[in-house]
Design a protein around this ligand. Structure first.
Ligand code: PLP
Length: 440
């Protein structure tokens, strides 16, 4: 049990609430992770707040005009009526068309109609409810988004295994040999279940075309041996690509047609793609070679059961706002503008990292996409570095455990980037040094 859960249980033990907690209730806790650290940074990060997984400009979130304008214009039906359990039908069709547009190798007849979920988090959690049993293993990147632990380990009581994606030396890309080894070991024990999150949170890395091909062949070999495979593609940051060599489609498009033993699930949504984080909307889409419309219908109904039994249905106005934004002719150009803003920040960070030698205690993980980049802390505590930056410099970053810090350039104005990174380097250097390439 997580020590934070134990702390909460100890407080409640001896009360009626403590006696009544279920075993799941006893496992719940609130991590001292991204959300808690962001709240702290909100108070104290007066110089720069790079904790936020949103795109900010001059202290305010970016917002598309269509979203801002349509807030007061919704009809009663769009504003307060219950939405269908699987989501507004038109929105589901529009989103499916967009998936196919962004991933041209997908044949629309071979995937399901997306189901609306309350944020991508809802989609990931329902997927875990449906496909992950207690004690079953799921592979995720190491490091990974901190909520995976809460969803897979705490809620589902599954065994989440982190795969060191970037190897000991943090080369320029993925350590495909380590990924293949972990996948083979997991497949020897039961079905292979993997969550792939690209662009990755927290590293900001997306696979090259060659790495995408390697992923596919690892899974194909396992499926050909008769093993069942579930690939969950968490595409939260899809489309935020800054380098030419990146594989431009979701890996879902490859896995959805790969082999009869492979089920691919795409979790995506407008949250990061359309800049509407607080609207809490995501989608689940299924794809698997050999699956027919009746199978997709059954999977959709099961997902609806998961939704109905938890939140009943997703938020109605959010679905109509997103539909309006997707159909508004102004959105494409505005999104390109926002994308350019993020791209410029990415290049400013790359320039700093390439031109300035990092202290031996910090090693940047490869990054080429998304909202973030991360450093592996070697011989210093990530949490100490975070605290020092916040307390003494008013700079907010996120510590992921003791080994990694994440910097959200999505929320850092471009002109602040060199000074923020200089302060991170100097502060890390002041905390001490470690032998280069300490064990990962
Ligand atoms: C990797 C990853 N997956 C999923 C999510 C969840 O997104 P949502 O806010 O739509 O629940 C996030 C949010 O930060 C994320 O970083």
């Amino acid at each position: 049990m997580n020590p934070l859960a134990e702390e909460l249980n100890a407080i409640l033990d001896g009360t009626v609430a403590g006696r009544l907690l279920s075993t799941l209730g006893r496992r719940f806790y609130f991590p001292r992770g991204i959300i808690a650290q962001s709240a702290e940074a909100k108070q104290s990060a007066h110089a720069a707040n790079a904790t936020i997984g949103m795109a900010y400009r001059e202290g305010k979130p970016l917002i598309l005009s269509s979203i801002a304008d349509s807030m007061p214009t919704l009809t009663a039906e769009e504003a307060v009526a219950y939405a269908p359990t699987a989501g507004v039908e038109k929105l589901r069709r529009v989103w499916k068309d967009l998936i196919v547009q962004k991933n041209p190798s997908i044949d629309p007849d071979t995937i399901s109609l997306p189901v609306v979920t309350p944020g991508l988090t809802g989609g990931i959690s329902y997927t875990a409810d449906m496909f992950l049993d207690e004690g079953e293993t799921i592979l995720a990147s190491e490091p990974c988004w901190d909520n995976y632990g809460l969803i897979f380990s705490t809620r589902r009581n599954a065994n989440m295994r982190g795969v060191p994606y970037f190897g000991k030396n943090h080369g320029s890309g993925l350590d495909m040999a380590a990924i293949e080894k972990a996948a083979g070991e997991a497949a020897a024990q039961g079905p292979l279940v993997m969550i792939l999150n690209f662009p990755n949170n927290p590293s900001g890395y997306s696979p090259t075309c060659k790495e995408a091909g390697a992923f596919v062949s690892i899974v194909e070999k396992i499926a050909q041996k008769g093993k069942d495979v579930l690939i969950i593609c968490d595409d939260a940051y899809f489309g935020h690509f800054y380098e030419e060599e990146i594989y431009r489609e979701s890996l879902f498009s490859r896995f959805a047609r790969l082999h009869e033993n492979v089920l691919a699930i795409k979790i995506d949504g407008p949250i990061k793609e359309e800049y509407v984080w607080g609207l809490r909307m995501g989608f689940i889409t299924f794809g698997g070679r050999g699956l027919e419309p009746e199978h997709y219908e059954a999977l959709t109904k099961k997902t609806m059961g998961a939704i109905r039994s938890s939140i009943s249905c997703a938020n109605t106005p959010a679905q109509h706002f997103v539909l309006k934004a997707l159909e508004d002719p102004r959105s494409a150009a505005e999104k390109e503008g926002f994308q350019e803003l993020l791209r410029r920040r990415y290049h400013a960070v790359k320039k700093f990292v390439n031109e300035n030698p990092a202290p031996p205690s910090l090693r940047a993980l490869p990054f080429n996409s998304g909202y973030f980049m991360s450093f592996h802390c070697q011989g210093i505590s990530a949490e100490n570095l975070r605290r020092e930056l916040l307390a003494n410099h008013g700079i907010g970053i996120v510590a992921l455990g003791e080994d990694y810090v994440r910097v959200a350039f999505s929320s850092l104005d471009e002109e602040k980037i060199p000074a923020v990174y200089r302060t991170i380097y100097d502060t890390a250097a002041g905390l001490g040094t470690a032998p280069a390439l300490a064990a990962h």
